[in-house]
Ligand binder design. Structure first.
Ligand SMILES: *Cc1c(COP(=O)(O)O)cnc(C)c1O
Length: 414
């Protein structure tokens, strides 16, 4: 009943599937609304019902044997997955243009699950240094205890990454765009390097989302998203996903069944519901991001704006070539402000709420120096490029005019 990642078993357009003559790939809105779901559902409901069950029963000993021998596609025990999670996995695979997608209980659980599967003692991994800090921390502090060696090189420096690869290297990792500097990485170059040196490639595409970038089309091996952000989109859940080929992901799924970091059916209902409006939300996030970034760039109290949609961004050309839009996240520096003055601008905002995270319908604002780096030494903060006068704003789906008016009044406070 649920065994395809197509939009529909009926004639409606399906991703990557040709109709009678010309191939037609459904757009992101159609995919986010329909993909992965059965057309006819239990009780004839249009929505997927929440299937709360920790175990799944067999009607006889023979049916267990059939399940084992015929590798039947059915549920067995909740740690291996549940019907609500499977629907969302198929939807996310379709959005990423992937054969398969594996959901986890958070973005971090997803990368831990992938790296625990793929890396052995003696293996090495190389990161671009603007990758999500907890993913690098997991490798440096924890995978090291199991004999895995981690290197990091400056983001976008392909010569340095090439030099850091040796015959023990198994994987190279980048985020794109990065947080908080919004550096976009050239995926063609990244994949070419991986292929040339015979190492697998992983992209954290959380900030782009599948709406703005399709890393698998470039030949990346694994795409990682924190579904907590744009995919969930409503600041009401945590989840993470890894997309890629069925073959490469099969052992990853097996280890997830041991680690047990799956999602409860209720959480998956929320994610499926959130995904229905994914493409619509992304359009608005992209529009708001661009407009607010342009406003900030023209404001006398703003020293600098980091936004890949602005020509002033060092990776604007790569972003324009590879991304459909540039997302809702903007980082900017306040002119001549110390950290307390910067904080008072945040405090003066009335619409964005103060907090970490990004990608939800509610705008969020924060000062990275206070929110994430307060107990770091100033030299360390400088090394990460975290300035005292830096503000990061995740534009939600509110009206851009309102966000701009709010920032205008906040920036005009003393
Ligand atoms: C939030 C985030 C993560 C981690 O995801 P969680 O769902 O919080 O575990 C990883 N990468 C990026 C870019 C993120 O923004």
């Amino acid at each position: 009943m649920h065994d395809s990642i197509t939009v529909d078993s009926k004639p409606a357009p399906t991703p990557n599937q040709s109709s009678s003559q010309q191939p037609h790939r459904a757009g992101p809105s159609t995919v986010s609304v329909h993909a992965g779901e059965a057309r006819q559902k239990p009780n004839d409901a249009i929505t997927d019902s929440i299937c709360c069950s920790s175990t799944y029963t067999f009607d006889s000993t023979q049916s267990i044997l059939d399940y084992i021998h015929e590798k039947q596609d059915r549920e067995e025990y909740g740690r291996y997955g549940n019907p609500n999670e499977k629907v969302v996995e198929r939807k996310l695979a379709a959005l990423d243009g992937a054969e398969d997608a594996i959901l986890y209980s958070s973005g971090m659980a997803a990368i831990v699950g992938l790296l625990m599967t793929k890396l052995n003692a003696g293996d090495e991994i190389v990161f671009f240094d603007e990758c999500y800090h907890r993913s690098r921390e997991f490798c440096f502090k924890h995978l090291s205890r199991f004999g895995v060696v981690t290197h990091q090189v400056k983001t976008g420096d392909f010569d340095a990454m090439n030099a850091a690869i040796n015959d023990r290297t198994k994987m190279i990792v980048s985020e794109s765009p990065t947080n908080p500097h919004l550096t976009v990485v050239d995926l063609e170059q990244f994949v070419a390097l991986g292929k040339e040196r015979g190492v697998e490639t992983l992209i954290d595409a959380t900030l782009a989302s599948p709406f703005n970038i399709q890393p698998l089309e470039y030949g990346v091996d694994y795409v990682w998203h924190s579904a907590t952000k744009y995919l969930g989109g409503h600041n009401d859940l945590l989840a993470g996903v890894i997309s890629g080929s069925k073959e490469k992901l099969e052992p990853v799924r097996k280890l997830r069944g041991i680690l047990g970091c799956i999602n409860a059916p209720h959480n998956m209902y929320l994610l499926e519901r959130g995904l229905k409006t994914f493409a619509l939300r992304m359009q608005r996030h992209n529009e708001n991001g661009q407009r607010v970034a342009e406003f900030l760039a023209s404001h006398p109290r703003v020293e600098h704006v980091y936004y890949p949609g602005l020509p002033s961004h060092p990776t604007h050309a790569i972003a324009k070539r590879t991304m459909k839009g540039f997302g809702g996240l903007i980082t900017f520096l306040v002119r001549d402000a110390d950290w307390r003055q910067t904080g008072s601008i945040i405090d003066a905002c009335r619409i964005p709420r103060i907090g970490p995270s990004l990608g939800g319908v509610e705008s969020l604002i924060e000062q990275p120096m206070v929110m994430s780096y307060f107990d770091y030494a100033p030299e360390q903060r400088a090394k990460f490029g975290i300035a005292d006068n830096m503000i990061r704003m995740s534009c939600g789906i509110e009206d851009a005019d309102d966000l701009i008016a709010d920032l205008e009044q906040a920036l005009s406070q003393s």
